[in-house]
Design a protein around this ligand. Structure first.
Ligand code: ADP
Length: 288
């Protein structure tokens, strides 16, 4: 099995020009996704999470800082990231199977084995009977499974999932979180996951980076303490409930800050697992 590359963001800052002056969105963001790690980014709405994803995907060129895949500097270049968006974005005229294989087809690597591999995966996720159906015959949750499979089977080396369950109803969302938990634990691909759902982040992730309000900085890094394979019942544990409460209040606090205000350090009084790390200590630890 191929080992995914390490993703490193070092000191990434982004400003957008606006009629009233530059809009500072990211302010020195540094983070790492180790090979086989599931990393979530959470932060208040408007903090800059999508901008961060666009920087990773090479669609936005940061004013400063770098994006590395292993030792390769990919800042401002596209073609390295497979992306699962908020909406499944399946082509309605292509069958489920052909949607799953779209990324391989675009990259010109759809080969004789691709169809067998995709059918085997569709079988594994309970969609074998829909391989030759059109997407509109599938429920929202099923369409998101297809979108995830398309990202998983993409030849691009790194996966970003951008609030993939936000358009689903609460029950389907909860089902999908558990589905992804189990499927991810089988595949162990490196994932950068954007969400504003704290419970989702705690259930799925190895590490969570918490962003402040815009201009976004990393105000906390949480190493999620729950074992793998992770039991779904972990959400009822006292530790989970405590972490969810602490992260909720941290995010409320971060969201309440005025744009441009200083956000302090990770020494925010939380009893998070690695609350001793300040952003600067974090940066040096991560980058050393
Ligand atoms: P989030 O995903 O956390 O909600 P975004 O990255 O979408 O945040 O947006 C952060 C801020 O940057 C918002 O104020 C948004 O209006 C602004 N913004 C995002 N993209 C652009 C752009 N292309 N040009 C100008 N401003 C932008």
């Amino acid at each position: 099995m191929t080992v995914d590359p390490r993703l490193t963001l070092t000191d990434v800052s982004v400003s957008y020009p606006s009629p009233t002056g530059d809009l500072d969105v990211l302010d020195g963001v540094s983070l790492t996704v180790e090979p086989g790690e599931f990393v979530s980014i959470i932060g208040p709405s408007g903090a800059g999470k999508s901008t961060l994803l666009h920087v990773v995907g090479g669609l936005v060129l940061p004013q400063s800082g770098h994006v590395l895949l292993d030792d390769e500097d990919i800042t401002g270049t596209t073609g390295h990231i497979s992306h699962m968006p908020q909406q499944p974005a399946l082509f309605p005229w292509r069958t489920v199977l052909d949607n799953v294989l779209l990324a391989q087809e675009i990259a010109g690597v759809r080969g004789p084995d691709s169809t067998d591999q995709a059918r085997a995966w569709l079988d594994r996720i309970g969609l074998a009977d829909f391989a030759d159906s059109l997407p509109h015959t599938l429920s929202g949750g099923m369409q998101q499974r297809v979108a995830f499979l398309r990202a998983l089977l993409s030849p691009r080396p790194f996966m970003c999932l951008d609030e993939p369950f936000s358009a689903l109803d609460a029950l389907t969302r909860s089902d999908m979180q558990r589905w992804l938990l189990h499927l991810w634990e089988e595949t162990r691909r490196s994932v950068l996951f954007i969400t504003h759902n704290i419970e989702e982040a705690l259930l799925l992730s190895d590490t969570i980076y918490v962003l402040s309000a815009r201009p976004a900085r990393v105000i906390e890094k949480v190493v999620v303490p729950f074992d793998r394979p992770r039991e779904e019942s972990v959400v009822d544990s006292a530790e989970f409930v405590r972490l969810r409460r602490d992260l909720t209040s941290l995010l409320r606090d971060a969201g309440a800050r005025l744009p441009g205000a200083s956000v302090g350090t990770a020494g925010s009084g939380l009893r998070l697992p690695d609350a001793a790390s300040t952003p600067s200590a974090l940066t040096s630890l991560e980058l050393s």
